[in-house]
Design a protein around this ligand. Sequence first.
Ligand SMILES: [Zn+2]
Length: 259
Amino acid sequence: MNRSYSDSATVISLKPLGENNQSVTLLTKSKGIVYATLYGGPKSRLRSLVSQWHSGTIFLYDNPEKNQIKISDFDVKNYHVSFGENLFKNYAASLACELAIKTRCAGSPENCWHLINGFLDGLELANEDQGHVGLIRFLWRFLAILGLQPEVHCCGHCGKSFLEPLLTPDSKTYYNIMENSFICADCFSQGNAGQNFVFSLELSALRYLTGITVLEPAEARKLKIDRQEYNQLKELVFFLIENAAGTKLNTIEIGVGIL
Ligand SMILES: [Zn+2]
């Protein structure tokens, strides 16, 4: 039996284990979250490679008798050095990884890894403003791999397209939490506006979500939003992602003012 194998991985966190060793939480492409042991004191070569947010190819050794996975080597491809210098980036990366842990990689380790890895690499290159909008796009896409991204193309009640030119861009749409859908202003004013409607969203903000749903990431990055749209979208996606994860997310609770 071959107990040695390699995988694409990002180091999420490290915890001291005994005097010289570390317990390492990894996000991997094939197996999702993996807990592995790193042997060696602070001066070992491997210790400097296996640091938080480093990503690349990890070499692991699985020892079923000891119920332990050991890190043999790590070929680092991206160090994500800016995360250590920028509090927002650090929190945004932590939020992405907390989601992976709490949703068990959305049941799809490979999709989860591609999405998070792409987000972290983009975050490394982004300035803080770009990073904030990038976080909205990341959370929106994460909702899709969870299978819980609401429909944004048309009204959930009458089916009218939100992309219709007759709708003025300053029209509002309303998010219905029970149906996980948006409805148009007409349906909202006709219906009983009960407590199921937790958000109203400018149509222009909703159209941004439509854009990032259908466009390739490189094209989606070019779409612009103003401050008001950003604030609405942030409130919405933070709410949706906690709702989808089925739990409060510590990074959002602690990092409220930073994220
Ligand atoms: Zn409608």
